[in-house]
Structure formats: structure tokens, C-alpha cells
Design a protein around this ligand. Structure first.
Ligand code: SAM
Ligand code: GLN
Length: 297
């Protein structure tokens, strides 16, 4: 694919941008830059001030390998082993969903509301994050709420191992407990000010239409939400409300056109009062919040 001529940073970026473009990669220039800066072990800005620098043979070989995998639609995050979320760096593996920018809406919603829970001055709140993946949700909430403590559950031992590494790297291990198991089962009998989750929510019939990056690379256990995509919300809305402290809340990320149905499922529980629906930056209803309002203070 590439000849043995001299490949400078500028030239190879231009070449890759065109190649990725022809192959239908969605952000060809950005991906080329991220992969090359990864190989060189430098920040992206370095590339811009070193366009004329030639690549060493070893660098070129490593870069070519990443380019080859990227056109096979392996997500960039898996190729470089990490992804930025809430301004923090999360290690990812093929056992974890790649954290999405949309999920930052859930984190922000949780932060704002957890800060206002009465009787938890100094931020001494306890919350659960169900389906941890990389730990993106629970670890960023902990990072931005220094008094908080969390528990998190995942059915995948491999994902939990990655989340634990991320907790270590962010210096948060002492404020979080990790459980392997099915939804709320491992934390039964505990109480929380909030229960957060970005569960698998893709309806069965939509799986085939996902981008190849997602469909062929990300774990199906992180994506598949059953016939209508709502299987996990049904269970969470039944099991989670009694585990909330009075005045606490559930906050779930939801898929496109699922918000009303999920808010409805939450309201079916006698302990749930008000619900809120929050939009993401593209105007899609992305987060459902449901408050425990049974007056039992
Ligand atoms: N919270 C992460 C994020 O937002 O990036 C990952 C979300 S991913 C959509 C859903 C996660 O739920 C996956 O890590 C998957 O392994 C986990 N999961 C799937 N079924 C589960 C179950 N029955 N009990 C616990 N976790 C489950
Ligand atoms: N947001 C992911 C996607 O569109 C799905 C994540 C999920 O199922 N919770 O691929």
C-alpha cells in the first residue's frame, strides 16, 4: 500500500486521510492523527509542528498495522487502548464498551442532583452504577464529588478488571467496591442516594444496522437490550426503587425514542414520583431521572 519513499508526518497524514476517506472511515483526518500520535508517543499538537519529520522504519511499520486494522473498522479507542471521557483518561479493552460522549449527560445530571440531596452535606453520598464497563460513569462521578462513595456491578469479569485498573489509575479505588453479577443482585439489601445505569439498550432488530465499528467489535453483552431494547429498564425499574434512600433517584441513559417508555416503567413503581427527561447535545432524549418520593424521610 505505501511505497518505500520517505514518509514524513505531513505526507503520511495526508495519505491516510485520503485512504480512510475512500474506505468510508467517518473521521479520516482525526483518526489518522490519533493513531500516528499514539505510535510516536506524542500529543497530537506535536504532529503539526513536525510535518517535515520523517518516520523511522519501526514507527512506519507500527503505524501501517494500525491503519490496516482501522480500515477493518476496529474502533480507534481499541487500537490505542484508551478513550477520554469527562476530561479523564479511561483504559478500554474489547471487553468494554467505548465510553460515548452522550453518556457525559448522565454523569452531569447525576453530579448536579447528588450535590443537592438533603442531609448529605460535604457530598457524603452513596451511589450505585449498574453495568460498569470501563467504569466511566462511576469513576467520573467519584472524581468530581470527593465525598462520594460508590458500588458498581458488571456481569463481565473482564470489564470489571479494566474498571478496577481505571480506578487505580485515577486514585479512586478506596471509594468504590466492585461486584461481578447480574444487575442489582450482588448489592441486594443495600441503600443508595442514586442508582445510575447505562444498560444495554439496542433493540434486537437494530443490531444489524449498527456501524461495523460497534457491531463487529464491541461486546454484544454491552449492547443487546432485547426485542424492544427495554429489557434491562424493566428489571431495574422493578428492583431498584426500594433500594433508594427516600429523596434519592434513578438516572438511566436511554436509546433513541426510549425515554417516554422508560419514564413510564419507572412511574409504574409505587415509590417513584416525579420523572425528568434530559436531552443530549444533538437534541435526542438521552437520560431519564426518576425520584423516590414516598415521603418516608
Ligand atoms: N457504563 C459503561 C459506559 O457507560 O460506558 C458501560 C455501559 S455498557 C452499554 C453496559 C454494561 O452492562 C456492559 O459493561 C455489560 O457487560 C454490562 N451488563 C450487561 N448485562 C449485565 C447484567 N445482567 N448485569 C450487570 N451488568 C451487565
Ligand atoms: N450508545 C451505544 C450505541 O449507540 C449503545 C450503548 C448501550 O446499549 N447502552 O452504540
Amino acid at each position: 500500500m505505501m511505497s518505500e519513499e520517505i514518509w514524513t508526518i505531513g505526507r503520511i497524514l495526508k495519505w491516510t486521510e485520503q485512504y480512510f476517506g475512500r474506505k468510508g472511515v467517518e473521521s479520516p483526518r482525526l483518526d489518522a492523527e490519533v493513531l500516528l500520535s499514539h505510535v510516536l508517543g506524542k500529543a497530537r499538537i506535536y504532529l503539526y509542528v513536525h510535518f517535515d519529520e520523517p518516520l523511522e522504519k519501526k514507527e512506519l511499520a507500527a503505524y501501517r498495522e494500525l491503519v490496516r486494522k482501522r480500515v477493518q473498522r476496529v474502533p480507534v479507542a481499541y487500537l490505542v487502548g484508551s478513550r477520554e471521557f469527562m476530561g479523564l483518561d479511561f483504559r478500554v479493552s474489547t471487553a468494554t464498551l467505548v465510553p460515548r460522549p452522550d453518556t457525559e449527560i448522565l454523569v452531569q445530571a447525576a453530579l448536579e442532583r447528588l450535590k443537592k440531596i438533603p442531609g448529605t452535606e460535604g457530598g457524603a453520598v452513596r451511589f450505585a452504577d449498574i453495568g460498569t464497563g470501563t467504569g466511566a460513569i462511576c469513576l467520573s462521578v467519584l472524581r468530581f464529588l470527593p465525598g462520594a462513595e460508590a458500588v458498581t456491578v458488571d456481569i463481565s469479569a473482564e470489564a470489571l478488571a479494566v474498571a478496577k485498573e481505571n480506578a487505580e489509575a485515577l486514585g479512586l479505588s478506596e471509594r468504590i467496591a466492585f461486584f461481578e453479577g447480574d444487575l442489582l443482585e450482588p448489592v441486594k439489601g443495600q441503600r443508595f442516594h442514586a442508582i445510575l445505569s447505562n444498560p444495554p439498550y439496542i433493540p434486537d432488530g437494530d443490531i444489524d444496522r449498527l456501524a461495523p465499528e460497534v457491531r463487529e467489535n464491541e461486546p454484544m453483552t454491552a449492547l443487546a437490550g432485547g426485542r424492544d431494547g427495554l429489557d434491562f429498564y424493566r428489571r431495574l425499574c422493578r428492583e431498584a426503587p426500594p433500594m433508594l434512600e427516600p429523596g434519592g433517584f434513578l438516572a438511566f441513559e436511554v436509546g433513541i425514542r426510549q425515554a417516554d417508555a422508560v419514564a413510564g416503567l419507572a412511574k409504574e413503581h409505587a415509590l417513584i414520583g416525579q420523572t425528568e427527561i434530559l436531552k443530549d447535545l444533538s437534541g435526542i432524549e438521552r437520560v431519564v431521572v426518576a425520584w423516590r418520593e414516598d415521603g418516608a424521610k
